[in-house]
Write a protein that binds this ligand. Structure first.
Ligand code: NAD
Ligand SMILES: O=CCc1c[nH]cn1
Length: 486
């Protein structure tokens, strides 16, 4: 039987599709209908070994090329992605269920931005000269780490494949990328396009599988760096395993971020911020501001306007570009979200919108809002990773800042206020890596992205990502005689 989006092979290694049917079968399901659209096989030991040896064979020559040459290939790949944006977005929609309205602007295009940005930076990576007196000096050389492993979550498959691959390749590394087993298709296209753009074979390999494939990649002594996007429990395991081998890490993990709305905020703008912070990608965004603290003076106006604006949420065929709210990614994620909604009701939160699963094929649930949520409720403490907004009340700035920070997570935080001085005071106090004033969930490639506390280690994007995919070698040069005590 052939499937609608069946790739030529499950894996992409050494510049070509590779298959090993002895690996466990993974069904790829279109979340909007439950239809199986492809089947891939989990990587076997032999497949993993081929991915590692071909990457190692290619990496040194790649690192020896000039940054400008490397960058040219990445920028060419960005151009190809943009030319094929529609086709790639349709695939991403099938991989994830996210509406085409979104994938057309936020997925392949975000991947292309990363390839273009890091392609542009590649030629400017340098060390520095350090004068030491008496004519002596030192210099630093920026060197590639070697073999990097990228492990992805299922919410932004193309974006994650590129956010990790682009800086890794720009710095002269090879990358083996393991997508989430839930969304294995888009990363294969990224690999195919990189090679079409001229990337030498072996430098960006994709292997499929669950944590059973991720774990041996993380511990393999030939791997120098691991970048994970995933949940905190997985991050704990992967970070610990990588530390055993003293590997470089980037951990992009989960959150339960606060969004604070003061009563002087522009109401519609704040409601837009709350919608973007909770319902984009059907709530499956790591940085979502799911604890929406609303100052008591505007609470009812906020909830009324939110209820009106929710009438504009359109569920339906995700390929219809007027649809703006898709299904959950999987039956498992839908069950998790339903469990949290039940918990919220049980704990006494007031359900003011949604809460129901749609009685149809696929993994559909309405955008859901709880009001009168208190800090101790499970729905206010745990990451739900679905379209469930919790609205909490507050009186003043000091109180809300302390409550916003009262969480083990620290990925993001936002504030809506007409008083910009207060906005800056709030973000100075937030214990979070990525903050927003009068906006929410923007993620341009030029800006560092990542979390504090349990939400992660390191940053993706921006110039700072270069520091996470390269290391400095210091060279001391003595021009006068070298002396010793004896
Ligand atoms: N901070 C960010 O940038 C960011 C972005 C997107 C998603 N996320 C987070 O990701 C989570 C949702 O994604 P998910 O359900 O795919 O996360 P997950 O933690 O279940 O899985 C993430 C990836 O890790 C792999 N994995 C699992 N166990 C492993 C192990 N022992 N060794 C190596 N790899 C292993 C999985 O196969 C998958 O590819 C949420 O918590 C969300 O907040 C964070
Ligand atoms: O899901 C996390 C990363 C992200 C945030 N906004 C867009 N992508």
């Amino acid at each position: 039987m052939s499937y609608k989006y069946q790739p030529e092979g499950s894996h992409f290694i050494n510049g070509r599709y590779v298959e090993d049917t002895t690996g466990a079968v993974i069904d790829v399901i279109y979340p909007a209908t439950g239809e199986v659209i492809a089947k891939v096989h989990e990587a076997t030991e032999a497949v993993i070994e081929e991915a590692i040896t071909s990457a190692l064979a290619a990496q040194q020559a790649w690192a020896a090329m000039s940054g400008t040459e490397r960058g040219r290939i990445l920028r060419r790949a960005a151009d190809i992605i943009r030319e094929r944006n529609h086709e790639l977005s349709v695939l991403e929609t099938h991989d994830t269920g996210k509406p085409l309205q979104e994938t057309l602007v936020a997925d392949a295009t975000s991947g292309a931005d990363a390839l273009e940005y890091f392609g542009g930076l590649a030629g400017s990576l340098t060390g520095e000269h350090i004068a030491l007196g008496d004519g002596n000096f030192a210099y630093t050389m920026r060197e590639a780490l070697g073999l990097c492993v990228g492990i992805g979550a299922w919410n932004y498959p193309t974006q994650i494949a590129c956010w990790k691959g682009a800086p890794a390749l720009a710095c002269g590394n090879a990358m083996i990328f393991k997508p989430s087993e839930t969304t294995p298709l888009s990363a294969l296209k990224v690999a195919e396009i990189l090679h079409e753009a001229g990337l030498p074979a072996g430098l960006y390999n994709v292997v499929q599988g669950t944590g059973k494939v991720g774990a041996p990649l993380v511990t393999d002594p030939r791997v120098n760096k691991v970048s994970l996007t995933g949940s905190v429990p997985t991050g704990r395991k992967v970070y610990a395993a990588a530390a055993e081998g003293m590997k470089h890490v980037t951990m992009e993990l989960g959150g339960k971020s606060p969004l604070v709305v003061f009563d002087d905020a522009d109401l519609d703008s704040a409601v837009s911020g709350a919608i973007n912070a909770n319902f984009y990608s059907t709530g499956q965004v790591c940085s979502n501001g799911t604890r929406v603290f609303v100052q008591k003076g505007i609470k009812e106006a906020f909830l009324n306007r939110l209820a009106e604006r929710l009438q504009g949420a359109k569920m339906g065929d995700p390929l219809d570009e007027s649809v703006n709210f898709g299904p959950m990614v999987s039956a498992a994620q839908l069950a998790i979200v339903e469990g949290y909604i039940a918990k919220g009701k049980e704990e006494g939160a007031r359900l003011v919108a949604g809460g129901n699963r749609l009685d149809q094929e696929g993994y559909w649930i309405e955008p859901t809002v709880f009001a009168d949520v208190t800090d101790d409720m499970v729905v206010a403490r745990e990451e739900i990773f679905g379209p469930v907004m919790c609205v909490l009340d507050f009186d003043d700035e000091d109180e809300v800042l302390a409550r916003a920070n009262d969480t083990e997570f620290g990925l993001a935080a936002g504030v809506f206020t007409a008083d910009l001085a207060r906005g800056h005071r709030m973000v100075a106090g937030f214990e979070a890596g990525t903050c927003f004033i009068n906006s929410y969930n923007d993620a341009p490639v030029e800006v560092p992205f990542g979390g504090s506390k349990m939400s992660g280690v390191g940053r993706e994007n921006a110039k700072t990502a270069i520091n996470h995919y390269s290391e400095l070698k210091s060279v001391f040069v003595r021009l006068d005689a070298c002396e010793a005590a004896f």
